[in-house]
Design a protein around this ligand. Structure first.
Ligand code: MF3
Ligand code: CO
Ligand code: CO
Length: 257
């Protein structure tokens, strides 16, 4: 590659790979009996020992290394002494920084046997993200991404969270543009080669409204319905895209456990 963003892409690939390897590593630990705090600690150590550090730690006063969002938690769940139980669904969201660049990715995990309803929600969330990724190339608009996700998800009777979105990412954690997971075709900013951002749809089994808990971070579904999320960090190339946070062990696809 010889262009003005090849160096940025190389660094984003390194950070993205560490974030996805962290999720690969933690997969076997996500079982009934482990606390979300233990998951946080294991990932903290793994990221540190592999040449990176965790972006969430001390980010805007956040005190953990990653987010663990359980069941009706939409996003930004804080690791705690909560023990995982059979039937829980959990999103683990890891952001690693290596050499100043960020890799941000999250996946769903099922604890033991999960309900068919939960599985369908998780599959739909994953597919909505991948469908949106597959259309990426220079010239399409941000609204096309949102449309792809929203139409697929709503057709199945689920809803797209409005209060949180994907984001530009590179040597800063969150930067413009916002990547909305709902929208209209051919509307919004045009994608250009060299752009790097996340797609991270949060999909609710019930209504899309969210509520922020008193801890100032944890976002839950207002109607207490289940919520699910996947996230990849990617870059726009001359004629398509590159995913920086693909699983090395091929455990990106649901279900993992
Ligand atoms: N990883 C989240 C994202 O996808 C952000 C978490 S910020 C934190 O953008 F402070 F809550 F960790
Ligand atoms: Co993100
Ligand atoms: Co994230």
């Amino acid at each position: 590659m010889t262009n003005n963003y090849s160096e940025k892409f190389e660094k984003m690939k390194v950070a993205g790979k560490l974030a996805s390897q962290t999720l690969d590593m933690i997969t076997n630990y996500v079982k009934a009996g482990i606390s979300t705090e233990k998951i946080d600690k294991l990932c903290y150590v793994y990221i540190r020992d592999n040449g990176g550090h965790s972006a969430p730690l001390y980010y805007r006063g956040y005190k953990k290394s990653l987010c663990t969002s359980l069941n009706h938690v939409i996003c930004h769940g804080i690791p705690s002494d909560r023990i995982l139980e059979e039937g829980d669904i959990l999103n683990i969201d890891v952001t690693a920084i290596v050499d100043g660049y960020h890799g941000d990715t999250s996946r769903m995990f099922g604890v033991g046997k999960i309900s068919v309803k939960a599985k369908n929600l998780i599959d739909t969330t994953f597919n909505s993200m991948m469908n949106a990724i597959k259309i990426l190339k220079p010239g399409i608009k941000l609204g096309d991404i949102g449309y792809e996700i929203q139409s697929y998800v709503e057709d199945k009777g689920y809803s797209v969270v409005r209060d949180f979105c994907g984001h530009g990412i590179s040597n800063t954690f969150h930067e413009p543009p916002n990547i909305l997971h709902y929208g209209k075709k051919n509307v919004g900013q045009e994608l250009k080669p060299g752009m790097t951002f996340t797609i991270e749809p949060m999909i609710n089994a019930g209504k899309y409204e969210s509520k922020l808990l008193n801890d100032g971070w944890t976002a839950v579904t207002k109607d207490k319905s289940l919520s699910s999320q996947y996230e990849h960090t990617l870059g726009i190339t001359e004629n398509g895209y590159e995913i920086f946070t693909e699983s090395v062990k091929d455990c990106t696809k649901p279900p993992y456990n």
